[in-house]
Every structure is written in structure tokens, then in C-alpha cells.
Design a protein around this ligand. Structure first.
Ligand code: SAM
Length: 294
């Protein structure tokens, strides 16, 4: 779709791109087809797309996939596609759902579509982080998810310890999934052009995740507290957290020393497995302390 066609589609439905909804639409159909190829979508796959937009990616997906459910929050766009019968050529294969993806039940959709199901999306930047977190929760139902992100966010997912971008989201992803960097797209691939470079990445659940399902929420809470105050040492960052959970303020130093780590270390210097070990021991020690009290 050329930019003039995009403008004319929007104009004829009295729409204009919403910055709040992250409406930076893909412009080039060949680019959309190449993203679908890179996402590894095949005829056996059903796909959930987040953010239909003008439907360029939806079309590219529907040409290859078994079925496509595309979730779009903007009622104006949903109405425009209905009026224009944008996906009529695909019949019942494409279903546009008017919904907020943050409230969308991915597990229910997978149950309806039948496996295998992938997610492919050019994500709205303002809600990319909560959506990434939500996709982690749906990991058992999905083959993988290939998403366009602001490059800064992709860098956070791919970051190594002791770098500025390394944080709790990085570690949680390292423990549960593998992240592949596809390629970067510059602002000219979108209309309107965003002020940032975008990265298309593919995330797959690890066959043998380092973190068991029952521990995800606990470990995430510890990680958030650990990275919450980046200038502080880990023992300082976690002191209040330990106190709130009924533990003694000396506990973190004890745990670090017990694991052979420097008690003045900062969270960002530790590997995901070291942070996981700390969270595990902390969970055990706090439960033991609570049992003793109770
Ligand atoms: N897939 C299209 C493309 O590649 O051109 C559109 C991508 S555009 C970056 C993001 C789309 O997500 C917009 O159409 C926007 O309206 C929609 N969107 C924004 N927030 C959403 C949400 N919470 N749930 C579902 N869709 C959302």
C-alpha cells in the first residue's frame, strides 16, 4: 500500500493515525510478506495478530496461514474494514476482533483455533511491555511470537549482564524463552514515520525453561525489587522487600555469601541463573521463617 493509498483509505473513513494507539502502519507489502516468512508462518499455523491497523500484515499472514485472528482496539478501523470488506477474499479464514489485546484471552483463542498457533504483530509501542509480559504467560499455548518493537525494548530483551539495558524483563525472558533478533526496520517503513528504529524479534518458549511455572510470580517480584533501584547494591535494594515478606534485614547478605557472591554486588552484575538462585534461596528462607513464627 503506498502512502497515498493509506491516506486515501484513512480519509475515506474519516480516520487519522492516532499517536496514542501507536498507529505507525507498515507501508510496504513486500516487507510485510518478508516479516511473515521470517516469523516462519506456514500453512499449518493459525496466527493471532495484535493490532490490525490497515491490514497489510493481516493480508500477508492470511495468504500463508491456516487462520488469522486479528485483534484491534480502534473501533474506527474495525468499522472501516467491515465497510470496505477488506478481508472478503479470505472468507472465514480472517476474523477481526474489536478488543483491547491487554484483555484478550489468548488461551481461549488458541483453544478455538487449535494448535499450532503463533502470534505475529507490529506492536503498538506504548503497550509493548505489558503485552510482552502477557505473551510470556501464554507461552505454553503458543509456538512462538514474532513482534515488532521499538529497538530500545528489543535491546532490553537481548541485553547481557553489566549493561545498561539489562533488567528484570531481560532476566525473566532469559529464564523462560529464547529471543532471536530478526532485523531492524528504519522509520521509512512506516506511515506516519516513528521517531525510532524498530526491531522485529522472534521469541520461543525454552524446551527446558530454567524457571518452573509455580515460581514465576515469586521470581518476578524478587527481580523487580532487585532492579528497582539500580544504583544500590543488591542487599540494599532487597532489604525493604525482605522486611515486607517477614524476613530479617541481614538475610540478603547471608544468602549472597552462602552462594559465594560478593555481598556488595549489584543486581545488573549477576547472571540470570545467579539471580534465580538468590530468589529460590530467599523464598525457602522466608517460608521457613514464617513457619517458625506461625
Ligand atoms: N499491523 C498493522 C501494521 O503492521 O501496519 C498496524 C500496526 S500499528 C504499529 C499498531 C496497531 O495496534 C494499531 O492499529 C493500533 O490501533 C492497535 N492497537 C493499539 N493498542 C492496542 C491494544 N491495546 N489492543 C489491540 N490493538 C491495539
Amino acid at each position: 500500500m503506498s502512502i497515498s493509498k493509506i491516506k486515501s483509505f484513512l480519509g475515506s473513513h474519516s480516520l487519522s493515525p492516532s499517536r496514542d494507539l501507536g498507529q505507525n502502519f507498515l507501508v510496504d507489502e513486500d516487507e510485510a510478506a518478508s516479516l511473515v516468512r521470517w516469523a516462519g508462518v506456514g500453512p499449518q499455523d493459525a496466527v493471532i495478530e495484535i493490532g490490525t491497523g490497515l491490514g497489510i500484515l493481516t493480508h500477508a499472514l492470511a495468504r500463508v496461514a491456516r487462520r488469522v485472528i486479528s485483534v484491534e482496539i480502534d473501533s474506527g478501523l474495525v468499522r472501516a474494514h467491515q465497510a470496505a470488506e477488506s478481508f472478503a477474499e479470505f472468507g472465514a479464514k480472517v476474523h477481526v476482533v474489536h478488543a483491547d489485546a491487554r484483555e484478550f484471552d489468548f488461551l481461549q483463542a488458541v483453544a478455538e483455533l487449535g494448535s499450532p498457533v503463533k502470534v505475529v504483530a507490529n506492536l503498538p509501542y506504548s503497550v509493548s511491555t505489558p503485552l510482552l509480559r502477557q505473551l510470556l504467560d501464554a507461552r505454553h499455548a503458543l509456538v512462538d511470537w514474532s513482534v515488532m518493537l521499538q529497538r530500545e525494548l528489543a535491546d532490553r530483551l537481548l541485553a547481557q549482564p553489566s549493561t545498561r539495558d539489562y533488567g528484570s524483563l531481560t532476566v525473566l525472558h532469559h529464564l523462560l524463552v529464547e529471543v532471536d533478533h530478526g532485523r531492524d526496520l528504519d522509520e521509512n517503513c512506516f506511515y506516519p514515520a516513528p521517531k525510532v528504529v524498530s526491531s522485529f524479534i522472534r521469541i520461543r518458549p525454552l524446551e527446558q525453561p530454567l524457571l518452573d511455572d509455580g515460581s514465576v510470580l515469586w521470581v518476578e517480584r524478587v527481580l523487580r525489587a532487585a532492579f528497582g533501584k539500580r544504583r544500590k547494591t543488591l542487599s540494599n535494594s532487597l532489604r525493604a522487600f525482605v522486611g515486607e515478606n517477614g524476613g530479617d534485614s541481614a538475610l540478603v547478605v547471608e544468602i549472597l555469601e552462602g552462594l559465594g557472591l560478593d555481598s556488595r554486588v549489584r543486581a545488573e552484575a549477576l547472571t540470570p541463573t545467579q539471580l534465580l538462585a538468590i530468589a529460590r534461596v530467599m523464598g525457602e528462607r522466608l517460608s521457613a521463617a514464617q513457619e517458625k513464627k506461625g
